[in-house]
Each structure stands twice: as C-alpha cells, then as structure tokens.
Design a protein around this ligand. Sequence first.
Ligand code: ZN
Length: 326
Amino acid sequence: MKEIKIGSAVSTAAGIAKGRLKVGDLPDGRPVEIPVLIGRGAKDGPTLWLHGCVHGNEYCGTFIIHQLFRDLNTDSLSGTVVALPALNLTAFRKNQRMSPFEGYGGGDLNRCFPGKADGSLTEQMAHAIYSELKQHADFLIDFHTAMTADVRWALFANAEGEVGKKAEGLARAFGYNSTLPAPTDILGGSALMTAAKDGIPSYIVEAGGKGPAFTPEAVADGAERLANVLRHLEMLPGAVTDYGPLTYFSNFAWVMSTRGGLFQRAVQCGDRIEEGTVLGQYYDLHGGLDGEAVSPHAGVVLAIHPGPLMANGETLIHIGLDPREV
Ligand SMILES: [Zn+2]
C-alpha cells in the first residue's frame, strides 16, 4: 500500500495510524503539535478529511470524530478517513474560540485559510494544516458548534458543477434538516470555501453549543450520520439512510442585541419564526420583566443566545432566511 504520511502519523496498511502534525511554535519555543488519525481501509477508495475545533471551544465535533473512529472497522472500509479532531489546539486548551498570542490580529483560524508560511501563529497553523488537506482530501467535513446544546444545522459550499453537487450529497447523507447551500462569496478564509475553490466538495456541521453545551445523544447521533456519509460515498457497506427532504435557506442573518439584561430565551433551535416573534424576555436585577426581544426577520432559528446574561452587541439570534423544503 502506498504510504500516507501526515506529520508523525504514517499509514502503510489497513488499520488506524495515530500521530501529530507540527503547526507552529509557542512563545516559549515548544512546538504546537495537533493530533492526527488516519483510518485506512483494506480496499481503495476516496479520502474523507474531517476536522473539529477550528474554533477552539467547539468540542462536540471532536467527540463525534472520536466516536466515529472508535466504531470504525477498517476491514470493511474502502478508502481513507483522515481526522484532525482538535485543530486550533492553542485555543482548545484555553476553552476559547480564537487563538491566544494574536495581539490585535483576532486569531480566527477559520478566516486564515489557506494560511501563510511566514505569517502570524494562526496563519502558520492554517498553512501547515491546509497544505496537508489540499494534498490528501477528496471531501471535507468541518465540525462546529454554536451557542446552545440544541443547535443542529449545516451548510455546504454551493460551488459550480460537480464540486457543489457532491457537497450537496454530503449534506443529504448527513441529513440535518436546516441546511444552507452557502454562496461561495461568503465565509472568506474558511476551510470550507478555500477547499471548495480548490475543487474539494466541502460541508460544515453545526452541532451543539460551545464548551460543555452538548449532549451524549448529539455525539452518538452525529457519529451515526457521519457513518451514513461513509455509506453514501461507498466507503462503508450497508444501506444509506434517507433523512428525507431538507429545509434550504437563501442565506442567514445575524441579529445583535442592542441592550443588556438578564435574558431568557423563548424559542428553540429549528423553530419557525415570523417577523415580530418574541425571541425571549429581559429581566432587571430586581426580578421585574424589563422588555422582550423580537425578531426582525422571518425564518428558522439556527442559533439563539443561551442567557442568562446579555451584553450590548452580543449575538442575539442567527436566522436561516427564506426556508423552503427541497
Ligand atoms: Zn465554529
């Protein structure tokens, strides 16, 4: 079998190879080395690239990837699953979204692809990761979370031709109902759009909330849907589950809070809302009702602020616009 080498993970035979990929240096000179898993099938087939925690505190995807690998029988696998379950390890360790050590730069790894070999730490990380991704991946699935444990939505890079069609195939096989066929002029610097522009069909899963806000059920369900993607790609044997029609959006809208207060949400992720739907209540510190948040748009709730404390300018809600069943 042809050798597949990503950092110190080296695969020359069917089975699971583990290792680490160096993506940068810490200020104290120690290397930043992120975990790599290579699940190699006994038979030939495509390479599916999975990664989680491009935003450091989005741990649900890490657990979904781990579960897939615990369940993976490489004797019946055709092709290769490459997984980097903790991409932005510097942010992962600190339970935060963005990279530390970035000064005024921001440090959003998912806006830095394809990266820069001589850039900031986060740009160097993106470069080291993307060089491998571009070389090996036939398909990309990128795991994210939003704000609360009930988040379940997805987006695929709606590129021209086969790249977009194959990405839509990933979306149908994973089967999260709320799905955005994402126009390729949004999310610049994301792994999703960078890979799509290089001809790699790409899909993002948004499952659960940041930090500990996710459930074992979300992990088990996500791992089963991921296995269904492998069946759809004919990388694993077995019947492909049909999750039925999906709800597509034309785009999404972020709505920020213009005030602060104690906040209690009144809607759940996946709910249909209208312009004027009450999204939640504000309370003052004496316990009195102090106003309502209402939606400026109709659509479907993709993410909603978890409360209990709302600050001015925080994300109140993320709405999928113009829902239609496809
Ligand atoms: Zn994210």
